[in-house]
Design a binder for this molecule. Sequence first.
Ligand code: F6R
Length: 368
Amino acid sequence: EKDGYDWFMRKEIFEQPRAVADTLLGRTDAEGRLLLDESSISAEELRAIDKIIVVACGTAFYAGLVAKYAIEHWTRISCEVELASEFRYRDPIVDARTLVVTISQSGETMDTLMAIRHAREQGAKVMAICNTNGSTIPRESDAVIYTHAGPEIGVASTKGFLTQVVACYLLGLYLAQVRGTKFGDEVAATLAELQRTPEAIQRVLDDLEVVHKLARDLVDAPSVLFLGRHAGYPVALEGALKLKELAYIHAEGFAAGELKHGPIALIDTDLPVFVVVPPKGRDQLHDKVISNVQEIRARGARTIVLAEEGDADVAAYADTLITLPKVPTLLQPLLATVPLQVFACELATLKGHDVDQPRNLAKSVTVE
Ligand code: F6R
């Protein structure tokens, strides 16, 4: 059932264009308005909420970090993101005007489930983003947006993550539509951008030679850093997590803007650094991250830069350049994550590890 792939994980990485397309399928009516028909939270209730808290674990938590950038930008509702294992124990401020959004591939993660129970006891509405029909988390939530990734067998989440990010975008756009912060044609335009991402992901998957070479080059690296900013920050965290869990290499993800507040002390010639560069936009994010790349390179570290194709500013500072098709900044995680998944899978394979069943890990964590 691996369809000729060596690992389920690799098969699932290559299924991502399809998984993302399926998660986007059938979400609009004839006028192009978004419908989330699995939602039993009324439009009126959604108009009344004054705060969103996204609660999840691991990779799903990183999808939640992407959600924060998109949801706040599109809806102007304050959105916090919290690890499920921390949420319940800090006496969170939650009431009937709070929407708690939980993200879980398996739908059985105990930390996330306990957070849901706690939130509902305080009167909050809970919206689940989940990949598993009929699992416990959607059953105990007020509403659910199903991701349509299909079963994920590899322990490390890949297509689960990308489809969670897509579901978060759909939720953000839906809330914006319901609350009037984004109107029909704007929602339709962003949806159209989203509809083009499966093809863009496919282009990333068709061009992995440089990533495979990188895995061969770095197979003995003792430690790897990942930097990103804005929506690229969760991508950096996810890249580091994949490398830890699959290749058992120490890896850390940082917000690029934090470099000079500490991590720059780690930089030397033995430490490869991945940097996710935001697309060129009207703000200065792109230029600021490029100056981070320069600072890293000046200290002799190998720079591995993920940037939009045609970005002439990065080439001079990238020891290795991984190019990504052009998409808006908020959607870039759907592309930038993919080479990092492949890098971790490939490097773990070269090291002879069991990629589908990394040591000490379980596919769903049903204990707290
Ligand atoms: C990492 C990974 C885990 C899960 C986490 C949450 O590759 O798979 O970090 O993302 O255990 O699992 P779910 O999404 O099933 O709640």
